[in-house]
Design a protein around this ligand. Structure first.
Ligand SMILES: NC(=O)c1ccc[n+]([C@@H]2O[C@H](COP(=O)([O-])OP(=O)(O)OC[C@H]3O[C@@H](n4cnc5c(N)ncnc54)[C@H](OP(=O)(O)O)[C@@H]3O)[C@@H](O)[C@H]2O)c1
Length: 384
């Protein structure tokens, strides 16, 4: 029985993880849950799963959750809060495996602490890898702790990599759906509304990642994530636009063979893979190959999606530039969702912040968070 710490339990990945626990009660149980502000969902999950520890974003919310749990007659649950609370959840003695699915860098300290505590991590939170991948992967290597990608593309790459040696890999091909604006005339980009951008053609996800898919900044973050997870330079990671989102990614080997991973567009599959690795439990997440008609692949359009170009630039420089790419995007996406800037203001904000970011390679999580704050301040100033 694997006991899970689920960071970001109230989110899209967190809830999908709990549905896997539900389907495989003989394999998985819940040791701790960490959420942000969704008190009602955190309460329902605590009542249902009876973890030993639950964390919410603030002391006030934690107090309210404790009160509601007492009223519901639920005892024996430690209710904690804030960054310390998330770290306590991820390092809990009872937890054997940590699912890192808090959005943004809020989950960074808890993910790092889990690795330092020797706990295997299933990583959905790509922002952690982008901001602090150098630190996280070094810590994981030193302690021999596996980091198993849950992000569907990296999960696909992980699966394809199992058949060859690292030195035999020529190119990692990340597939991208191209988002909802793949064919929209360029002169209409400035008038894209949040409602249009929140409609992803193939995946149902959280708000930030959905907007990031529409700008393709999400793919940019994934390029950096792939470099760090698989220890390859940016020149070995390429993007191909694949509108069907059926092939989740591919690995090209030096002999000319290309391996692809195909499955349903359902995050429960990569989550199950990460939880069960190296086993493959039987699941009902089957793919109907007979219904498959097209597999299209196109070159990405860097003019339409300037975020991709910016991401390659940040990937080459690494360190503070990768941190700034993520932080500036988060601020810009919020501003776009609040209608303070147009859709085209997202890449403009990122470009301005990257241009003002000094080259640096933070060596600790505290330095990463300081660089993150600096980039956010610059992004807010630019947005204003
Ligand atoms: N969804 C996908 O299909 C998908 C695919 C690949 C990768 N990812 C990555 O997985 C991560 C999660 O994505 P998602 O789509 O699940 O996002 P989401 O639905 O927006 O959920 C985010 C989760 O983070 C929690 N959270 C936010 N701020 C927090 C804080 N300060 N402290 C503790 N918890 C906090 C939220 O809690 P509350 O809701 O309680 O505030 C929620 O549980 C992201 O890094 C995303 O890029 C997602």
């Amino acid at each position: 029985m694997k006991r899970l710490a689920i960071l970001g339990s109230t989110g899209s990945i967190g809830q999908s993880t709990l549905s896997i626990v539900e389907q495989f009660p003989e394999r998985y149980s819940v040791a701790s849950l960490a959420a942000g502000r969704n008190l009602e969902e955190a309460l329902a999950q605590t009542v249902r799963w009876r973890p030993r520890m639950v964390s919410l974003a603030t002391e006030e919310l934690a107090g309210e959750l404790s009160k509601r749990l007492r009223q519901a007659g639920v005892a024996g649950v430690d209710v904690v809060y804030g960054t310390e609370g998330t770290v306590a959840c991820s390092t809990l003695d009872d937890a054997d495996f940590v699912v890192s699915a808090i959005v943004g860098v809020s989950g960074l300290e808890a993910t790092h602490a889990a690795i330092l505590a020797g706990k295997p991590v299933g990583l959905a939170n790509k922002e952690c890898m982008v901001a602090a991948g150098e630190i996280l992967t070094r810590a994981a290597r030193e302690r021999n702790v596996p980091i198993l990608p849950i992000d569907s593309e990296h999960n696909a790459v992980h699966q394809c990599m199992r058949v060859g040696a690292h030195a035999e890999v020529k190119t990692i091909w990340l597939t991208a759906s191209g988002g909802p604006f793949r064919q929209l005339p360029l002169d209409q980009f400035a008038s894209i509304t949040p409602e249009q951008a929140l409609k992803h053609p193939t995946w149902v996800m959280g708000r930030r990642i959905t907007i990031d898919s529409a700008t393709m900044l999400n793919k940019g973050l994934e390029i950096i994530e792939a470099c760090r997870l698989f220890d390859v330079p940016p020149s070995q990671v390429r993007v191909t636009v694949h509108p069907q989102s059926t092939v989740h990614s591919l690995v090209e080997f030096v002999d000319g063979s290309i391996l692809a991973q195909i499955s349903v567009t359902d995050m429960r599959l990569p989550i199950l893979y990460a939880l069960a690795y190296p086993e493959r439990p039987a699941s009902k997440l089957t793919f109907d190959l007979g219904a498959l008609r097209h597999l299209d692949f196109e070159q990405p359009d860097f003019e339409r999606f300037p975020c991709l170009r910016l991401a390659y630039e940040a990937a080459e420089k690494g360190g503070a530039h990768a941190i700034a790419l993520n932080a500036a995007d988060e601020v810009a996406v919020e501003a776009f969702l609040e209608r303070s800037i147009p859709f085209t203001g997202i890449p403009r904000t990122i470009e301005a912040v990257l241009a003002s970011t000094p080259e640096a390679h933070p060596a600790t999580i505290a330095e990463v968070l300081a660089a993150d704050q600096l980039a956010r301040q610059m992004a807010r100033a630019f947005v204003a």
